[in-house]
Design a protein around this ligand. Structure first.
Ligand SMILES: *Cc1c(COP(=O)(O)O)cnc(C)c1O
Length: 653
């Protein structure tokens, strides 16, 4: 691993090392005091700028440390999931505005209607805010299950907005959607399998409702990135061309072809390459044209999700990055549709997209503190001269290596050190070396490795075998959070999230660390970071003084992480706090949701706190009877037991 130049430290350099200006889409930055800030723009009336072009925009910077101080004053301990309401508002507006601009620029003759896919973050607060901020754009919802349709129906009261129902739909699901149509809501059933159509036709006839029907295409266009199986012939979703023709025929027969109004495709999530998106749109347009020619009165084209988030801030087509911007995405879609349909003189459809990730990722941040640090540094060791005469040759060998480490002999010293250390280990196994001597040998070995690493910057070509040495000697910083609960994709699919300290950024970080979480699971760690634009296994962090609080943030965690998280080791939901930033730079804690307490998580796995208390009480009573504790001591124990049940599942101060 190449070392990162950390001398000549400045705020500018901090921004580069942690990539803030690359991954944050302008929403986060570092202020002159070295604190990470959420950066928002307001117009001269104090209204959020929301990506609208305006003069005299005023920038407001809120340091995350101030928010943390306020939380501590309110008794909320770390970890906390922090949401910026403003960022949801901003993202929805930006998306709608970008499509509106692209439509105006290309002279497209219809409008855009976004829908938010509920599965990406179903939390009631998030949905409520999306409904509120989206209402001025008639932003609707995408539902993939009955439960999500219920959320959509209860959250949306706008006959100009759309609800798009994907997923497998039974009679109950369809009945609910047909009720929505009666209420005047544009609720589309997107047919994913041929089996759904007869149920829709029957229910609709029974209820006397003309349904709105769409079909999901299985596009051949292949995409890069992690979710490339959502498209292509083997995609588990969508209709083959033969099935699509069958749908047309069945609808004709049922005299319902006029209900078939929407064409849907979803190429996959987090599509890093704009060329794939363009190819997908062009292919979908061919279907659109030919279905119109078949007499299908289509009027809506839904390009699904896939708009990426640049988690790495690299602007490339790597899996966790993207090689395009929001405006380019919108212009490419609008242009490709217009060009294809104009050639056939077909009217432009309403364009829908189902952007989830790009809408909600930015607004949530996991804030956590560092509880402990492990350094891989040698303890003080005795001089060779103070050891007894009969000290083994291997131990003496390790001392000798220590004396000769120099840039030109690194590989040789490394080889010798490994040899002598292994010799001591073997001798220990045979009973010929004491435990104390083995401990000394391991310590000397560590001292040698650290010295080798210290010499490495002076060497032009580092021997391959030594390349990973700095990493294997890096610190472990123990964070007060659970990867499984709060960053499940970091564990499950090696997703990279931007992670960095939220203060002390005016000082050069002097340590290199991986992050470990609170679970006692060897997968409960984070060891992939983007640093100085390069993927690395360690993150530069600051040394922590004794008793000092050190706060870090994991960013762009608003999409998919909250409900996918699980209860590994019974770490429950974190506290969630929503903040609204005002035009004068002040902020309000608009919502506060207390995280799970221990009794909560125990009840999720079928324990009843009352029974647990009773059982512990009788154990303590037995001890009183046996004279092991006094009744007074029993009283204290029971009180502590009860207090633990109401405690936070994370580490409390
Ligand atoms: C998951 C999903 C989405 C959301 O995709 P993003 O990449 O998060 O925007 C949209 N549509 C469908 C059908 C989905 O399954």
């Amino acid at each position: 691993m190449k070392s990162i130049p950390l001398d000549n430290w400045s705020i500018e350099r901090a921004a580069e090392v942690y990539g803030v200006r690359e991954w944050s889409a302008g929403y986060f930055d570092i202020n002159s005091e070295g604190n990470l800030v959420c950066s928002l723009k307001f117009d001269n009336q104090g209204e959020p700028a929301n990506g609208l072009p305006a003069n005299d925009l005023k920038k407001v910077n809120v340091p995350l440390t101030e928010i943390v101080e306020g939380l501590q004053a309110r008794g909320l301990e770390m970890p906390v999931l922090l949401r910026f309401e403003n960022l949801l508002d901003e993202r929805i507006s930006k998306l709608n505005q970008a499509f509106a601009n692209a439509i105006e620029k290309t002279g497209y003759k219809n409008h855009y209607r976004g829908v938010y896919p509920i599965k990406v973050n179903q939390q009631a607060q998030v949905i409520e805010e999306i409904a509120r901020f989206g209402s001025r754009y008639h932003h609707g919802f995408e539902a993939g299950s009955k439960a999500e349709l219920i959320i959509a129906l209860a959250s949306l009261n706008d006959t100009d907005a759309c609800i798009v129902c994907n997923g497998y739909k039974d009679e109950e699901f369809i009945t609910l959607g047909l009720h929505a149509i009666k209420l005047g809501i544009r609720c589309f059933f997107v047919i994913e399998t041929p089996a759904e159509l007869p149920i829709i036709i029957n229910c609709a006839k029974k209820m006397g409702v003309r349904p709105l029907i769409g079909t999901r295409l299985k596009l051949a266009a292949k995409v890069d990135g992690y979710w490339n199986n959502d498209s292509g012939d083997r995609s588990i979703f969508g209709l083959s061309t033969a099935q699509l023709m069958d749908v047309v025929d069945q609808l004709k027969q049922a005299d319902m072809l006029d209900c078939f109004q929407l064409l849907h495709c979803h190429l996959g999530s987090q599509i890093p390459n704009i060329r794939n998106i363009r190819a997908g749109v062009l292919e979908a347009c061919r279907y659109y044209v030919d279905l119109i020619k078949e007499g299908v009165p289509l009027g809506y084209l839904d390009m699904g999700g896939g708009l990426a988030v640049d988690y790495e801030g690299a602007c490339t087509n790597a899996t966790h990055s993207m090689n395009y911007g929001l405006n380019e995405y919108c212009v490419d879609i609008v242009e490709a549709i217009a060009e294809t349909l104009d050639q056939e003189q077909i009217e432009h459809p309403v364009i829908l997209t189902e952007s989830g990730r790009a809408t909600v990722a930015y607004s949530s941040i996991l804030l956590f503190n560092i509880l402990d640090v492990t350094h891989f540094e040698p303890a003080p060791y005795p001089e060779l001269s103070s050891l007894p005469e009969d000290t083994s040759a291997s131990l003496k060998g390790l001392y000798a290596v220590l004396d000769v480490i120099a840039p030109r002999t690194l590989q040789e010293c490394y080889n010798d050190a490994v040899h002598y250390r292994d010799q001591v280990r073997e001798d220990f196994s045979r009973g010929q070396e004491s435990l104390r001597n083995r401990a000394l040998a391991e310590n000397l070995f560590l001292a040698i490795m650290q010295r080798i690493v210290a010499e490495m910057p002076k060497v032009k070509r580092i021997p391959t075998e030594l390349e990973n040495l700095p990493e294997s000697l890096s610190d472990i910083y123990y964070g007060n959070f659970s990867v499984f609960q709060s960053l499940p994709d970091a564990w499950a699919i090696d997703q990279i999230f931007p992670i960095m300290p939220i203060h002390k950024l005016d000082q050069a970080p002097t340590r290199d660390a991986i992050l470990a979480d609170l679970t006692c699971d060897c997968d409960g760690k984070i060891d992939t970071f983007t640093v100085d634009g390069i993927e690395r296994s360690t993150l530069p962090v600051h040394a922590i003084e004794k008793g000092e609080d050190y706060f870090m943030g994991a960013f762009l965690v608003g999409a998919y992480q909250e409900t996918l998280g699980d209860l590994h080791n019974l770490f429950g939901d974190t506290h969630v706090v929503s903040v609204r930033v005002n035009a004068d730079g002040s902020f309000d804690y608009v919502r506060e949701l207390e995280g799970d307490c221990i009794a909560d998580v125990l009840s999720y796995v079928e324990y009843y706190p009352k029974f647990l208390s009773e059982s512990f009480r009788s154990t303590a009573e037995k001890a009183v009877r046996a004279g092991k504790i006094s009744p007074k001591e029993r009283q204290v124990m029971l009180a502590d037991f009860a207090a633990s049940l109401t405690g936070y599942t994370y580490f409390e101060k």
